[in-house]
Design a protein around this ligand. Sequence first.
Ligand SMILES: N[C@@H](CCC(=O)N[C@@H](CS)C(=O)NCC(=O)O)C(=O)O
Length: 281
Amino acid sequence: MKLSGETSRNGRFQRQPNRFTDRLDSPEPGRYRLYASYACPWAQRVLIVRKLLGLEDLLDVTIVDPIRDEKGWRIPDGDPEYLSELYHASDPGYTGRYTVPCVWDTQDKRIVTNDFPQITLDLEMSWGTSPNLYPERLRPDIDIMNDRLYHGLNNAVYEAGFARDQQAYEEAVARVFSTLDFLEVRLAESEYLFDTLTDSDVRLYTTLARFDAVYYAHFKCSVRRLIDYPALWAYARRLYAIPAFRETTVFDQIKRHYYITQTNINPTRIVPVGPEIDWSL
Ligand SMILES: N[C@@H](CCC(=O)N[C@@H](CS)C(=O)NCC(=O)O)C(=O)O
């Protein structure tokens, strides 16, 4: 992983900006292809929304190999062999990481977007509205919630895991658990984060699904497990019972990806056995 450029002088992880930020404002069958990994929480968001909205025929998908080497994501039986080739075809001077999710335009032969926070919103606003995951009446609240989830949880677990400094690590972990505490209270009274299933639930779910399997040990977010939060754990299992969530949650690939690929954190590449967790309701 080329993370060196993403560590600040005080040991904090600072994610690279997204290079491709065009919008997906009109679906065209056969034109766009999503590149995703089952391991990646940002990519799983798009896989879930694609299935929830029934966009399988409008947005083709390629799932990359979960084990990434120094050349980046490999495309099984792919043409091209590596995702990097699509990045360089789109921008020959590209020097960042080759990230999923990204959407490739098969007609213009370029990456339209790797702007992960915007991809699901574009699909929800312009590609499919049943169920309505981004209803207009809730948009300002969903935006605030998504921001809170990103800084307090989705990205904070990475800030904890990739910290190179004790204080930076402890500050990120504190944010993770104060956010989980806030969510526990909220979800004790409500089935979803709002009065209906929304984009925010998708964003929360993909981090919760990885929490006990990876973030607790590998990223050292070890104060409490997800299963120690009764309301959050029940909520996570309720979402897992929905096919779009369950069918895109591949625990084996999640674990192998983080433990084998992130050798800066796990140089032995040993994948832990367990934890044994029953996700059924
Ligand atoms: N686009 C964002 C978020 C997406 C992201 O980080 N995806 C990860 C997988 S979870 C990835 O593709 N990483 C490739 C790499 O680090 O080389 C970023 O640039 O950080």
